[in-house]
Design a protein around this ligand. Structure first.
Ligand code: C2E
Ligand code: MG
Ligand code: MG
Length: 687
């Protein structure tokens, strides 16, 4: 039983409504009780008061009655003994006795022990007459006198008893009144105390429990309304507040989640671009005139990571990079993810510290490989840095635009580096944008053409050229392919440009049936669906066997991780094309690439060749590269043979082909037949 009503009471008491209504009801009940009790007791008191007045009147009557009896007796005695004329006195006394007796009877008083038959007050007139008779005769018999005295004595005795009784009743009425007053006082005091106790308890509860809880809830609501989502709603015992606190907490959490979603990047938990802008604005206003470095950090070739390892691994990698950047820069920095593979950073700089040095430290730090479960992935990053002095007026968008231009410069300069913003970058970028735009119309306007640079075999007489594209811009003149090929890649025009190159080069090549040709491919072409079919079709149109073509892919393409490109290369090789690895020796993944694909030819980059004869180490590097290439059965082309002394060195190291300005610069298509028609020993003179 106990256990069933206890929780019920607990539930009842936990409700603010029942508590307040209950408290007020209790106060009302106590007040009503006080009223009822005091009213009831007031009635009693009135009754007791009236009883006392009544008893007092009776007692007074009894006294006067006894007095009248006494007077009768005295008058009787005087009349009888001293023969005085007491007739009037006796009559007065008799009238007074009768009068009082009547009043006593009317007051309801029982005339105690007064036997009806021997009532000494019956026939009082006869008694008086007897007395007067005796007085008038002066010789009354002793017997009669005795009877008269006896009757007077009886009257006196009865009167005394009546007086005694009336007095006793008056005293009793007095005592009852006093007792009633005492009880009334006690009851009023008791109910008054109970009411005061209840009111005090209610007041205590309101002050101690209810008001603080309501205030706490009010404070929470106010802070929530002001957008503070980090408050603790807390727990409440009052049912109404408890019922409110649950949904409020859910609201707070949801609002926070929405805010987090709007202000943070879900994959890394880092702030997003919007949060970065707000945080930097706040930081700048908190530390005016201090120097800050704002950077944009882009992971080089991040697309390959996604392609090769999957998007989940890509997300993991981004998270790890974000964590490493944050660890490197410390808690005072802001590190945000502002794009798929792009981070924004803002950090205060110490006195004399250089922002670009700081950024270079970051490029170094991200080079340490990241562990993605079973893989260890090495990446590089390009960074653009804008140095700013904090102020309230700082335009964060403009700062980010500047950092972006510096980042663009880092990427253009071969990535894996940090560049500080310089005002002329805006102009350079505008030129690049213009180039990208102009390239769109370059095809129709006939501004593009192909040139051909001969490649010389060391031991046989096969005639070969490498096809190289040229763009003569109407305003800028000759734009080098190292400038406009990346522009085409950036602006999504590479596939179209690549197809134009192949068509043009094959059309020329069709006129040189005894030769071999090398064509450069952009990684984007290899990843494009239908490239193999296009190439095969183009060869078919011009009657060119695939075996006569070398396809050069650059080392920057990390084919060992790019399954689609690798599949295309294998297919092309199976179709009969020969595949050359261009720019060998410049990238990081040379060795692993040689392992992943069986190249028919390696083209040693100019940078490996040009120092031969000056730097003994470069001979060792060249020889190692050649040995490796020959080991996997590939031909080796030495690029950049610009001087005669390089010929023997490269030949000596084992290179199978030589290419460079010493033999010939790239020449126009029309000059190619003439070039190969000239006697071999004449060529050096031509060059
Ligand atoms: P690459 O494929 O390694 O081509 C060799 C580059 O080295 C050519 O520059 C060539 O003119 C230059 N070169 C050759 N011998 C010497 C030398 O002795 N000294 C010096 N200083 N340079 C020499 P080019 O034509 O400016 O091309 C630069 C790069 O642009 C090429 O490097 C290639 O990666 C790319 N490229 C050129 N044409 C095409 C093309 O049609 N398609 C694609 N996808 N890329 C192309
Ligand atoms: Mg090439
Ligand atoms: Mg090359």
């Amino acid at each position: 039983m106990m256990s069933s009503w206890k929780p019920a009471i607990g539930r009842l008491l936990s409700s603010l409504e029942t508590r307040l209504v209950g408290a007020l009801a209790l106060i009302v009940v106590a007040t009503v009780l006080l009223q009822v009790v005091t009213q009831r007791e007031a009635f009693g008191l009135r009754h007791e008061g009236e009883a006392l007045v009544h008893a007092s009147a009776i007692a007074e009557n009894a006294d006067q009655f006894a007095e009248a009896v006494g007077k009768l007796r005295m008058a009787t005695n005087r009349g009888l003994v001293a023969s005085d004329d007491t007739a009037d006195e006796l009559t007065d006394a008799a009238i007074a006795i009768g009068d009082r007796l009547g009043k006593l009877r009317n007051s309801g008083m029982a005339l105690y022990d007064l036997p009806e038959a021997s009532d000494p007050f019956a026939d009082l007139d006869k008694h008086i007459a007897a007395i007067l008779e005796i007085q008038s005769r002066h010789n009354a018999g002793q017997g009669l006198i005795d009877r008269i005295e006896a009757r007077n004595n009886a009257m006196a005795g009865l009167a005394a008893r009546i007086v005694e009784r009336a007095h006793a009743e008056r005293e009793a009425a007095q005592r009852r009144l006093v007792a009633s007053i005492g009880r009334w006082q006690m009851l009023v005091l008791g109910t008054g105390l109970v009411t005061i106790l209840i009111v005090s308890l209610v007041l205590f509860d309101i002050l101690r429990n209810i008001l603080p809880a309501v205030r706490r809830m009010h404070g929470s609501l106010q802070r929530l309304a002001n957008g503070d989502l980090d408050i603790e709603i807390g727990s409440f015992r009052l049912k109404e507040l408890k019922d409110l606190s649950g949904p409020l907490e859910t609201f707070r959490r949801n609002a926070k989640a929405v805010k987090n979603l709007a202000f943070s990047d879900p994959a890394t938990g880092l702030p997003n671009r919007r949060a970065f802008q707000e945080d930097v604005t706040w930081l700048f206003s908190a530390a005016p005139d201090r120097r800050f470095a704002c950077m944009l950090i882009d992971i080089d070739r991040f697309k390959h990571i996604n392609d090769d390892y999957g998007h989940a691994a890509g997300d993991d990698l981004v998270r790890l990079i974000g964590a490493r950047l944050k660890a490197n820069l410390g808690d005072g920095s802001i590190v945000a993810r502002v794009g798929g593979d792009e981070f924004a950073v803002c950090i205060e700089m110490a006195e004399g510290e250089s922002a670009t040095v700081l950024a270079s430290r970051l490029t170094d730090s991200v080079r340490t490989p990241f562990s993605l479960g079973e893989y260890s992935v090495a990446i590089t990053a390009s960074i653009g840095v804008a140095e700013v002095e904090a102020s309230d007026e700082a335009d964060i968008d403009e700062i980010l635009r500047n950092a972006d231009m510096a980042l663009y410069a880092s990427k253009k300069n071969g990535r894996n580096s940090a560049t500080g913003f310089a005002p002329q970058m805006a102009e350079e970028r505008a030129v690049d944008r213009a180039l990208e735009k102009d390239l769109e119309t370059a095809f129709e306007r006939g501004e593009l053409r192909m040139v051909y640079q001969p490649i010389h075999p060391v031991s046989d007489t096969v005639q070969e050229v490498e096809a190289l594209v040229r763009w003569k811009h109407p305003d800028l003149g000759e734009v080098p392919p190292s400038t406009f090929i990346p522009a085409a890649e950036r602006s999504g025009q590479m596939v179209r440009l690549g197809e134009w190159i192949i068509r043009r080069a094959l059309a020329d090549f069709a006129r040189w049936p005894d030769m071999t040709m090398s064509i450069n491919l952009s990684p984007l072409q290899l990843q494009h669906d239908g490239f193999s079919a296009f190439l095969l079709d183009a060869c078919g149109r011009h009657g060119i066997a695939p075996q006569r073509l070398f396809l050069e892919v650059t080392e920057s393409l990390s084919i060992e991780r790019n399954t689609r490109a690798l599949l295309t290369l294998n297919l092309l090789r199976n179709l009969g094309f020969r595949i050359a690895l261009d720019d060998f020796g410049t990238g990081y993944s040379s060795l692993s690439m040689v392992k992943s694909f069986k190249f028919d030819r390696m083209k040693l980059d100019r940078s490996l060749v040009m120092d031969l004869g000056q730097d003994p180490a470069s001979v060792a590097v060249l020889e190692a590269a050649v040995t490796m290439a020959r080991h996997v059965g590939a031909e080796v082309v030495a690029e950049g043979i610009s001087e005669a002394h390089l010929i023997d060195a490269t030949k000596g190291a084992g290179c199978t082909h030589l290419q460079g300005y010493f033999y010939s610069q790239p020449i126009e298509a029309d000059e190619v037949p003439h070039y190969f028609a000239v006697e071999p020993d004449m060529r050096s003179e031509v060059a």
